[in-house]
Design a protein around this ligand. Structure first.
Ligand code: COA
Length: 203
């Protein structure tokens, strides 16, 4: 598919939040909150407009990916800047057609050009291994609670970008969702029925 990928821009913010809601709804939890995460990322100091990207097919936005600044703090309390990837969304009718792959690859190229050292995410290893993501344990990077598990992955950028980056990973506070804010935010969208999550994740 001949996808045009470009920076999101303010005029596309609502469309991409809507798309994110459609992609995540009832997938990992009843309803979803990833659209509010996206909204909060855009208002946060961790926002990188160059890595807020849309995929456009025949004039319609059908995919979106964002990466934001995050930190790895080492044992000497030194902070290392990395990227946290996500949410990434493809409009449900267009899933499994290579759109997510194109968005991810484009994002990796842009992040490398911008000089970031590495990208970190929580996701399905089956999907992200194809882009080179590996268990973050291999880079001696743990979650903020000093844990490692397969869905917690890192991708090294540039020339051994993560070589001297070890420690605990902290994503931005924008990832924290308050239930009352979600209820308020949901009022901007058409009502949608909550159901049983389709995918069971236990991270
Ligand atoms: C995940 C997502 C972004 C992938 O984009 P996509 O355009 O559908 O995927 P692609 O066409 O690039 O890749 C298709 C491959 O990925 C696999 N895949 C798709 N979604 C997957 C997922 N959530 N977990 C694991 N594998 C997945 C497909 O099985 C297919 O595998 P194959 O190449 O071995 O046949 C998209 O499906 C989506 O928006 N899903 C809902 C939201 C979501 O789960 N986001 C990611 C959270 S970590």
């Amino acid at each position: 598919m001949d996808l045009l990928i470009k920076k999101s821009g303010k005029n596309n913010f609502f469309t991409t939040e809507y798309l994110t809601r459609e992609a995540f709804w009832n997938l990992y939890k009843s309803g979803c909150d990833e659209h509010l995460v996206l909204h909060q990322l855009r208002e946060s100091g961790c926002y990188v407009s160059d890595l807020d990207l849309v995929g456009i097919l025949e004039g319609e936005i059908i995919g979106h990916i964002i990466s934001s600044m995050a930190r790895v703090i080492d044992q000497q309390n030194k902070e290392h800047e990395v990227l946290c990837v996500g949410p990434i969304s493809v409009s449900p009718p267009y899933q499994n057609k290579g759109i997510g792959t194109q968005l991810m690859n484009y994002s990796i190229t842009e992040a490398t050009k911008l000089g970031f050292k590495g990208m970190i995410l929580f996701g399905n290893p089956e999907y992200y291994h194809r882009f080179g993501f590996r268990n973050a344990k291999e880079f001696e990077i743990t979650t903020k609670d000093s844990l490692n598990f397969e869905p917690f992955m890192a991708l090294e950028l540039g020339d051994k970008g993560l070589m001297n980056v070890t420690g605990r990973f902290f994503e931005d506070e924008a990832f924290e969702i308050k239930e009352e804010q979600l209820i308020e935010f949901e009022k901007k969208f058409p009502p949608k029925e909550k159901g049983k999550p389709k995918i069971d994740i236990n991270i």
